[in-house]
Design a protein around this ligand. Sequence first.
Ligand SMILES: [Zn+2]
Length: 166
Amino acid sequence: MSYRCKTCGETHEGLPFTWGSEAPALCYEIPEIERDRRIEMSSDQCIVDGTNYFVLGRIEIRVVNSADNFYWLAWVSVSEPDYDRMTDLWQSMGRETEPPYSCTLSSELPCYSESTLGLAAQLYTQPVGERPFVVFDLSDHPIVIEQRNGITISRVQEIGEKCMHG
Ligand SMILES: [Zn+2]
C-alpha cells in the first residue's frame, strides 16, 4: 500500500505495520565508549551492567477495519529469575503455557504525548520462534488506551511518517 506522506509530500511505498526499537533506553544513557564493556546484546535479549535484564517484546494494537494488526517491537525490563526462566525455555516446545511475567516498558516510543518508559505490563510467552507479547496493565496512558481500543489506519500512517522522518 503506497500513501502520500503529510510530512514530506512524497509518495512512500508500503505503509509499515511494525516499528522497532533497537536497544533498551538505558543503553543510550551509557557513553558509547563504555557500551561494549557494559552491554551484552543479542537480537532479543540484553543485559546491562550484569544487573539489568531486558527482552524484546511485541506490543499488538488492533487496526480498525483492517485484517492486519499494528506492532511495536519494544524492550521490556524483567526480573533476573524471569529472564533466566525465559532463557531456559527459549527452545522448549509448549513454553507458551508459561504464566505471564510482570515487566515494565524500557523503550521510549515516539508518537505519544506522555513518556512510555516504565509502563507496567504483563509479558506473555509465545511458541518457540515468536517474540513474547506485551499486554499493558490498565491505565489512562494513550498507548494503553490504543491497545485496549485499537487504532485507525490514519493513525498507522501518522506513526509511519513520524518514525520515518524522525
Ligand atoms: Zn515522507
